[in-house]
Design a protein around this ligand. Structure first.
Ligand SMILES: Nc1ncnc2c1ncn2[C@@H]1O[C@H](COP(=O)(O)OP(=O)(O)OP(=O)(O)O)[C@@H](O)[C@H]1O
Ligand SMILES: [Mg+2]
Length: 374
């Protein structure tokens, strides 16, 4: 493939060694994905022109509230449901057209897989390995990987053990891409920790993990990159730290001896105040970055001097709420005009890492108006 223009020496320029930046690739690329369901009340766009890019290697969080289209998107990626529009590439293969080329490299849990309740986890996996043509020796390896002995009967498994066995099953063929739809749903903190730990282990071994969740705080702890969706549309994508940094300081801890007077002063200036313990106030400004100097000046003008002033680091939860500005972001209840489509990527271009991402630049499209773009 020809190098991008900026890496090509200009005509007549002296020949110099050009160090090509590392090539970054995507495990999953989807553009303009759309899925409309017919319901009793009419048509409903569950996924509405969604773009999704999952870099190879690491953990990619796929985040959105209940009903925002995560499962529908994952089902389209896996060829379980046909997309009405859009293009999907998995490891450079057009899906679903060339799904056979890549399906062996993908392991997924979308629904709770069925196992024989009267058989042990190990026996269940042996049967499954035979059915899918995975080597029998993988059974012990994957049970070890998910930390299960596998000797108890499946019917006696806890929810966490069932989920770990489901993950073990996806690993039988040693796939490069793992897609887990809300894998920690219903688990207790210990179970959640184990699944997280397992996903981290997979990423360390060079696998790509695409994990969906509606609990942002949970994914923030493990994801390298994220895609945030609402009502079937992209709200933000990119590196988790970048997304958090882009949020600025949305709140600050302010310590002041006369906290009641300080509350009056800051409230009058438009700040939102939440009293914390020990005369500390949590000060925020809806949807705006906080200028800490303004807070100190306003208070000092009233003879109030701060003993503590600490920005509160944003978390994905607050970024998400900020992005969605309190709108209810489940799929919309009625179908409106179809938004404009961006052309599919043609032909596939690999770009240098520093230009695209791993992760790509933070992309925060304008907040959708839910009425469709012109
Ligand atoms: N088979 C279906 N027929 C009709 N509507 C559907 C179907 N599957 C999903 N939907 C609707 O599409 C929307 C998106 O659903 P989806 O399950 O993809 O969301 P989700 O983000 O996975 O939600 P959750 O976090 O609750 O799992 C919802 O409004 C849902 O009711
Ligand atoms: Mg779902």
């Amino acid at each position: 493939m020809a190098p991008p223009d900026e890496l090509r020496p200009a005509a007549g320029a002296p020949r110099r060694a050009v160090l090509a930046p590392p090539i970054v690739d995507y495990a999953v690329e989807a553009y303009g994905l759309r899925k409309v369901y017919r319901t009793r009340t009419g048509k409903q766009a569950a996924v509405d022109g969604l773009d999704l890019r999952v870099p190879v290697g690491g953990i990619h969080g796929f985040l959105g509230p209940n009903g925002s289209g995560k499962t529908t998107t994952i089902r389209m990626l896996l060829g379980l449901v046909a997309a009405d529009a859009g293009h999907i590439r998995i490891f450079d293969h057009e899906v679903p057209l060339a799904i056979d080329e890549v399906i062996g490299r993908v392991g997924a849990i979308v629904e709770q897989p069925r196992f024989f309740p009267g058989f042990s986890g190990q026996k269940n996996l042996k049967l499954l390995a035979k059915a899918i043509g995975a080597p029998r020796r993988r059974v012990a390896a994957v049970l070890d990987e998910v930390g299960l002995a596998g000797r108890d009967k499946y019917r006696n498994y806890s929810l966490g053990m069932k989920q770990r066995l489901a993950i073990a099953a996806t690993l039988l063929k040693d796939p490069d891409l793992l897609i887990f739809d809300e894998p920690t749903n219903g688990l207790d903190p210990a179970g959640i920790y184990q699944i997280r730990d397992m996903m981290r282990g997979l990423a360390r071994r060079g696998k790509t993990v695409l994990v969906s969740s509606h609990i942002l705080a949970e994914v923030q702890q493990i994801a390298d990159t994220v895609t945030i969706i609402g009502r079937g549309r992209l709200l933000a994508e990119g590196d988790v730290n970048q997304i958090l940094a882009s949020d600025g300081h949305l709140a600050a801890r302010v310590g002041v001896s006369d906290h009641l007077r300080a509350t009056e002063v800051l409230t009058a200036a438009g700040f939102t105040i939440e009293p914390l313990q020990n005369r500390i106030l949590k000060v925020s400004l809806a949807n705006h970055k906080l200028d800490l100097a303004v807070i100190t000046r306003l208070l000092a003008e009233q003879g109030l001097y701060v003993s503590e002033l600490t920005p509160i680091q944003a978390d994905l939860e607050s970024v998400f709420l900020n992005l969605t500005a309190g709108q209810h972001l489940a799929a919309r209840q009625e179908l409106r005009r179809q938004p404009a489509r961006r052309p599919p990527p043609q032909p596939r271009q690999r770009r240098p890492a520093q230009q695209q991402h791993r992760p790509e630049r933070l992309r925060q499209p304008e907040l959708p108006d839910w009425g469709g773009r012109p």
